[in-house]
Design a protein around this ligand. Structure first.
Ligand SMILES: [Zn+2]
Length: 438
């Protein structure tokens, strides 16, 4: 009995001591966190296109060495980062320091700072250009620093709305877009954090979701983000709520596609294609583009030189000397598993310049071919090809990979009065909508 009392007493003390920080005075609103804010709602966004020399401005900017705030916290209103030298310096005092591999954290007293006149909220972490990433070749060879914005996911979404969409479109369509973007970002956060060495979750470009910082946020975007706060899409039928990889694209051209058809990988929540009569009036619904055989030869050779993963299908005879092979025929193969006209593969026939009896025939995934040729001009893989002399004409429909939500279709559904749930389950038939935080 006595022991039990002692233990209870200890427990009581422990509870008291644990509760103590909460009893402390409220945090000084003027005090900077000066350490990485990494709550479950913090998304780490890799920023792009900021240049090699960056001027960071803010109100009484706090600067500390990320993850080691005790190493120093220096204040000023302006810092200049020289990515070429991997240095940060203070223009008033002229003092500089090397950017450590653990990064430099910058945050402003006002909560807003600018990097080369672009405004961002919360925290910016700058890593030196030498930062090695076993995953991302573009980071390893990047001449620029790696700049990452740590920001609350809900606030990040307020900017993504106008990067990817338009806050003035029909409300239910914008809300559907916000939920797709929140779900996608959370999926990436879960995936990227499996590797502790990785310092960002999403890129700020089309590769993930277009994010251009605070300047793109507006009141309407904030209002609709707040209205859908915490809502995500999770696979239907699973008890646990897990974000799906909520792909979306500009316009599907009449029918959506499945991840396995585009990338050869299945993703949870994508069960079947959706017919979409809603994007027929979108700007890129119909398109055509023509490439000469010579252009195609050059783009394939270039594609193979940078995209080493896709060299396997190509014979050594070609890889050793691409200039020796003349393109003699291009043909298409439709997706066998689908009734739509989306092309799954393109077949290239080459003839040896020195021996016309020698041919090689290569079958390539249409999505890779699209990226090699020009993904801006070859807008989707929903195309047919026609040979016109020594050139190939692509006649296509839709814009983007075709997986998940068709943005122009969602816009039209919103205008026609469909509800948020109807829009989402039309394009993501295998999901349920759930709230992960309030
Ligand atoms: Zn569509």
């Amino acid at each position: 009995m006595g022991r039990l009392f002692v233990r209870q007493g200890l427990l009581f003390i422990l509870l008291i001591s644990k509760a103590l920080p909460a009893l402390a005075l409220p945090l000084d609103p003027n005090r900077l966190a000066s350490e990485l804010k990494m709550t479950p709602q913090t998304v780490r966004v890799k920023l792009s296109g900021l240049g090699r020399i960056m001027t960071v401005r803010g109100t009484d900017l706090g600067l500390s060495l990320a993850k080691k705030p005790e190493l120093g916290n220096v204040r000023a209103d302006e810092w200049i980062i020289d990515c070429k030298k991997s240095e940060i310096y203070q223009p008033v005092t002229g003092k500089s320091r090397k950017i450590p591999r653990s990064g430099i954290l910058l945050e402003s007293l006002s909560g807003i700072l600018s990097v080369n006149e672009k405004r961002f909220r919360e925290q910016i972490v700058v890593y030196p250009k030498e930062l090695l990433s076993p995953y991302d070749e573009s980071v390893r060879t990047n001449p620029q620093c790696l700049v990452v914005n740590h920001i609350n996911l809900e606030r990040y979404l307020e900017s993504v709305v106008n990067g990817e969409f338009n806050s003035q479109w029909a409300e239910t369509a914008v809300e559907a877009q916000i939920i797709a973007a929140r779900t996608y970002a959370l999926y990436q956060m879960n995936e990227m954090r499996k590797d502790h060495g990785r310092v960002f979750d999403v890129e700020s470009t089309e590769k993930d979701q277009v994010y251009l910082g605070l300047d793109r946020a507006d009141n309407k975007a904030s209002e609709l983000v707040a209205k859908t706060r915490g809502l995500i899409m999770s696979p239907k039928g699973s008890v646990k709520i897990t974000p799906i990889k909520a792909f979306y694209h500009a316009s599907c051209g009449g029918i959506t596609s499945l991840p396995e058809a585009v990338w050869g990988t299945h993703f949870a929540g994508f069960t079947h294609r959706a017919l979409c009569p809603f994007c027929a009036h979108s700007p890129s619904y119909s398109w055509d583009v023509r490439f000469s055989f010579h252009e195609i030869e050059q783009r394939i050779a270039h594609g193979l030189s940078v995209d080493t993963n896709n060299r396997k299908a190509w014979p050594k005879a070609y890889l050793d000397n691409p200039g020796r092979w003349v393109l003699s025929e291009v043909s298409q193969r439709a997706d066998k598993n689908s009734s739509d006209a989306r092309i799954s593969d393109i077949v290239f026939d080459f003839t040896d310049r020195d021996d016309f009896d020698r041919h090689i025939k290569i079958r390539m995934n249409a999505n890779i071919v699209r990226n090699w040729l020009d993904p801006v001009k070859v807008k989707s893989t929903l195309f047919t090809i026609a040979t016109l002399g020594r050139s190939i004409q692509f006649n296509g429909k839709g814009s983007g990979h075709g997986v998940g939500m068709c943005q122009w279709g969602a816009k039209r559904m919103g205008e026609k009065g469909y509800t948020l749930a109807q829009i989402l389950t039309h394009y993501y038939p295998g999901v349920k909508i759930a709230r992960i935080w309030k």
